[in-house]
Design a protein around this ligand. Sequence first.
Ligand SMILES: Nc1ncnc2c1ncn2[C@@H]1O[C@H](COP(=O)(O)OP(=O)(O)OP(=O)(O)O)[C@@H](O)[C@H]1O
Ligand SMILES: [Mg+2]
Length: 391
Amino acid sequence: MKLKKIEITNFRNIDSIKFFPNEGLNFFIGKNAQGKTSIIESIYYLSHLKSFRYGLPQDIIKQGENFSKLSCETIHNKNLTSELEINLFENENKTIKKSALINCKKISVLSEYIKNKSSQLASVFHSVSFNPTDHQLISGEPKIRREFINQALVAEDNEYLDLLKTYQKIIDQRNTVLKAKPVGYKNILKAFNEGYIKNAIEISLKRFFWIKKCNEEVNYFLLKIAPESEKIKLKYQSNVLTEDERENLNRELLYDKFCQKLDSNFELESRLCSTQLGPHRDDLVVNFKDKRLKMVGSQGEIRSILISLRLAEMELYYKVQNHYPLLLLDDFSSELDKVRRNFLLDFIAKSSLQVFITTTELVSSLNQKFWISNGNLLNKSDQNAESEIEL
Ligand SMILES: Nc1ncnc2c1ncn2[C@@H]1O[C@H](COP(=O)(O)OP(=O)(O)OP(=O)(O)O)[C@@H](O)[C@H]1O
Ligand SMILES: [Mg+2]
């Protein structure tokens, strides 16, 4: 799937722009703080209904305005086109109302917009982004790594989002009971067990197998990007299993351990008033040289691993869906050194990927270049634009 046209209104420092990207490589070039990341972010938003930057939804709307609008036209299978539209509206009480439309039809439940990506006749495109916030994948909280796996699986597997939603509902209900502690609440909790354990196991298994596949892909790319590098080891850390058991995770083992731990955890859960066991507390461990990557990895090693991880995510999506997601590379020049940049450009040139790259450095390439200044795309010949923004 490719983007044919994009329109952005009142998004960050962007007033109103419209552009028609190239099918292959698109560069967004400009000085600092001109709106390069905002453009990549808006494309990401159209595909994920959220930003990759941390912050509040209202931070996205242009200062002084009360709405943002993003829209695009996509093309797939050479002839099937779709239109997507996302609107953010800030109410008087400062809360944000979000709406999404696919082919002019309003989506009543927003998660259906994301779920559309993994359907057979998808209109919503998937995108994989490599940007400076990716460092949080290594150094940040487990929640960030769970989100990484979730968004990859949601795009590949049409059942996964429903599993997550059902599971979250059960956890919320269990937590309400654990907080209120009505008479006989131990038995009330037991009534949730069947659905709770079943959904927890399905999610854990899907994540485990995805990480297993990802482990192979990521090392394939790492070897290309940094041939001298040691391999990394990705492991799914289920909190119902011991270190040894995690190596051979399977449905029966998960079921037995879950039931055992659930019983022995009753006191703890009662005291903490929250559900302790299950995939909402799991983690992805990234080991390098037999230790945690965040403890031993140099900046360069971490960058090579992060970009390999994103390429692996992209490749896994391709293997399931038979077409590539869009690739969004933010801060290309500062995040990657020349060797890694050249590898990536070579990889992209040989692929059928549509790629959006932001950079503060001039690029000598025949690919589509958009020059950005003060939230505007400069509508001049490359040479004039280049001298105007004095990179
Ligand atoms: N809601 C908003 N309204 C107006 N301006 C905003 C809003 N949010 C962010 N900005 C500003 O928009 C400008 C562009 O930000 P952006 O991150 O896109 O810049 P950039 O070109 O990627 O810069 P850099 O090269 O430093 O990464 C910045 O000055 C930023 O502070
Ligand atoms: Mg930026």
